[in-house]
Design a protein around this ligand. Structure first.
Ligand SMILES: [Zn+2]
Length: 323
């Protein structure tokens, strides 16, 4: 997929860094307090506090701010972890993959070396807001609204791009996150899951990549467990192209059927693409409700891609929020 233009001079820049001086002092005090509190605590009053403290921005702004306000570095975290490159200085590609891989998931061009493979991937190593992360000890925020899903049907043309199977979705599907609309571009898969739950990976993870009109990206992650056969994926799973290239499966699916029931419960944080160039300022929403797929469906995927998951990255200065 072609790179899209850099974002410049935006009046509203959700999910980008907010300087500490932008915040009222009492807000900072509250946030310092939050960091010290048990992060599982239900912060009933926080949404109201945020809505009233930051005039014009409302709860959404406050939550975005919360996700980006630096915590004091914990011992062992590199000093560079909080110096984030400005996203405006480069183009923002969708999470997509070239058909000629110069990076891999193992060996001398594996995840530890992505920044060395290409200077354009420097943020993979230096970024302080990288994905995936371990989903653990989230900060519960009662004010987080449910995901509003408006998905339509799409033809399933599957690309094996050397890193994963990807389906570029037909136009018309979108989600609303905290009132902001993101259009669905494509979905693809990783095994094992990239996000882990309390340190444990799932067999697979699906990423539904979306982009807003202002070019900001949002990825909805769905974890997949071993269980019963996934009948929606099953409609095209046996036709996945084993060699790089595209296959028109001749199948159409209702995209909404691809999601689990219950999209109100999720983890969310500000992260990055999980593949080079690891671009940051990506809004992540990982649904708590997993999907199921059969052992043989998992095996079908792993026969082509035995391991295409980036290891989890430090949460660092970010907060993981939970609805
Ligand atoms: Zn992905």
């Amino acid at each position: 997929m072609a790179a899209v233009p850099a974002r410049r001079n935006q009046a509203v820049r959700p999910w980008t860094s907010v300087r500490a001086v932008d915040l009222p002092m009492f807000m900072l005090g509250s946030l310092s307090g939050l960091a010290a509190m048990n992060r599982r605590t239900l912060l009933l009053g926080f949404g109201l506090l945020g809505a009233t403290a930051l005039s014009g921005g409302g709860t959404v702004y406050a939550l975005n701010t919360l996700g980006m306000v630096p915590k004091p570095p914990t011992p062992g975290e590199a000093a560079t972890a909080t110096s984030q490159p400005t996203p405006e200085s480069k183009t923002v590609p969708a999470e997509t993959h070239t058909s000629e891989p110069h990076w891999t998931y193992e060996g001398p061009t594996g995840p530890e070396k992505w920044a060395e493979v290409d200077p354009a991937n420097a943020v993979c190593k230096l970024g302080g807001a990288q994905s995936p992360v371990d989903l653990t000890n989230p900060l519960r925020v009662a004010a987080l609204a449910g995901l509003q899903v408006d998905y339509v049907s799409t033809k399933v043309r599957v690309t094996n791009n050397g890193h994963t199977f990807q389906v570029n979705a037909d136009k018309g599907s979108s989600v609303k996150i905290e009132g902001k609309r993101f259009d669905l571009l494509q979905f693809h898969f990783h095994t094992p899951s990239e996000h882990t739950l309390d340190g444990k990976p799932f067999p697979l993870e699906m990423h539904l990549v979306h982009q807003a009109a202002d070019k900001t990206l949002a990825v909805v992650g769905v974890l997949l467990n071993e269980g019963t056969t996934n009948t929606v994926l099953g409609r095209f799973w046996e036709r996945l192209p084993k060699a790089p290239g595209e296959v028109d499966t001749g199948v159409s699916i209702e995209m909404k059927d691809l999601l689990p029931r219950g999209t109100d419960d999720y983890f969310t944080y500000s992260g990055s693409l999980t593949t080079p160039p690891c671009t940051e300022s990506v809004r992540w929403v990982v649904l708590k409700q997993p999907l199921q797929m059969s052992k043989s469906q998992i095996a079908t995927f792993r026969a082509v891609f035995p391991n295409n998951a980036r290891p989890t990255m430090p949460l660092g200065a970010r907060y993981l929020l939970s609805s």
